[in-house]
Write a protein that binds this ligand. Structure first.
Ligand SMILES: NC(=O)c1ccc[n+]([C@@H]2O[C@H](COP(=O)([O-])OP(=O)(O)OC[C@H]3O[C@@H](n4cnc5c(N)ncnc54)[C@H](OP(=O)(O)O)[C@@H]3O)[C@@H](O)[C@H]2O)c1
Length: 301
């Protein structure tokens, strides 16, 4: 069995776009651990250094440049296309990727989508659905991953959470939310790309068994970090003024606000963790285990 997996990996180059984000890093680490060859498309020499250290072969280029994308596809057998978030031209970028993938006769085209692509009021999610439709019509053998909110998003506000003892987000703390561990996701995507039988699927990724309120998540973080943490709610307008949104356009801010409103009304219905469990061949990571791992990784306490 091991031998047949190994021989199916050998000599097959996998192209990964958007490779220098947290998702890309987890995918590279997991593919490299399986002995797969990964070509990582990045934009700068410093990003190239980072992905090379994780085990990828970097290629510098821009997803908006036809020649760069064509060059990245040279000799590629399979591709995982991870378009960075909130891009107004997500669909045009996907069309360019499809053209090069077809010219290069790739055998498998993976696409990183979002949860709830079917919301027209959240334009950056709706564009992922339009990209999915392009892929559907492409004639390529494909798979699609729709991840729910990343557990690792908490890292954006962790210093404030630990300083103030309040886990505040711009939707009701009573709404039940699901989340996915980026490490589970990287492992599962590496499985899909290197093992037979997963092509053709549209996979919703969620790690937690049950959706949790922010009160429950704050309690789990508090236990792991050994301090009192309570849930709070921040008005959307205030949340959008955060430092990390500083470079966002007014349109991008409006779209994020629409997503927060959806969460405030609905939480995150319609997800369970059985798909991820099936692809991983083990139970996915619970929020409690994620919080404990975070403490170890950050070497806090
Ligand atoms: N966070 C969540 O909860 C969540 C949930 C579901 C889905 N998602 C989706 O997951 C995807 C990836 O998220 P992420 O946080 O891992 O990555 P990301 O930070 O959004 O983007 C990944 C990388 O893409 C590169 N990039 C940007 N523009 C580029 C261009 N024009 N050409 C080539 N490369 C370019 C950047 O790296 P360099 O500049 O270093 O090359 C960046 O680090 C997004 O589409 C997001 O919508 C996120």
């Amino acid at each position: 069995m091991l031998e047949s997996i190994q021989s199916s990996i050998d000599h097959k180059l996998i192209l990964l776009t958007g490779a220098n984000g947290k998702t890309g890093h987890a995918i590279i680490r997991n593919l490299a651990a399986r002995g797969a060859s990964v070509r990582a498309l990045v934009r700068s020499p410093s990003s190239a250094d980072t992905v090379a250290k994780l085990g990828a072969i970097p290629v510098i280029g821009n997803l908006r440049n036809d020649d760069d994308v064509d060059a990245a596809f040279e000799g590629v057998d399979r591709v995982y296309h991870l378009c960075p978030g909130l891009q107004p031209d997500d669909v045009e970028i996907t069309q360019r990727m499809i053209r090069s993938a077809k010219d290069s006769r790739v055998k498998l085209f993976g696409y990183h989508s979002v949860s709830y692509p079917q919301l027209p009021e959240v334009a950056f999610h709706w564009k992922k659905l339009l990209s999915e439709i392009e892929i559907l019509h492409s004639g390529l053998t494909f798979f699609i991953v729709r991840p729910c909110q990343y557990m690792q998003n908490v890292l954006w506000s962790l210093p404030a959470i630990l300083n103030e003892g309040v886990f505040a987000l711009p939707w009701s703390a009573d709404r039940r939310m699901v989340s996915v561990d980026v490490e589970d996701m990287g492992e599962a995507i590496a499985n899909i790309l290197t093992r037979p039988g997963f092509e053709g699927g549209t996979y919703e990724f969620c790690s937690v068994k049950q959706a949790l309120t922010r009160h429950e998540m704050a309690e789990m973080l508090g236990r792991a970090f050994n301090r009192k943490i309570v849930a709070g709610t921040r008005p959307i307008e205030k949340a959008l003024q955060a430092e990390r949104f500083k470079h966002y356009t007014p349109e991008q801010l409006e779209q994020l606000g629409s997503l927060f409103k959806f969460f405030d009304l609905n939480g995150t219905p319609g997800f369970n963790n059985r798909t991820l469990a099936m692809i991983l061949g083990r139970e996915p990571t619970s929020y409690e285990a994620f919080a404990r791992r975070l403490v170890q990784e950050l070497n806090v306490n």
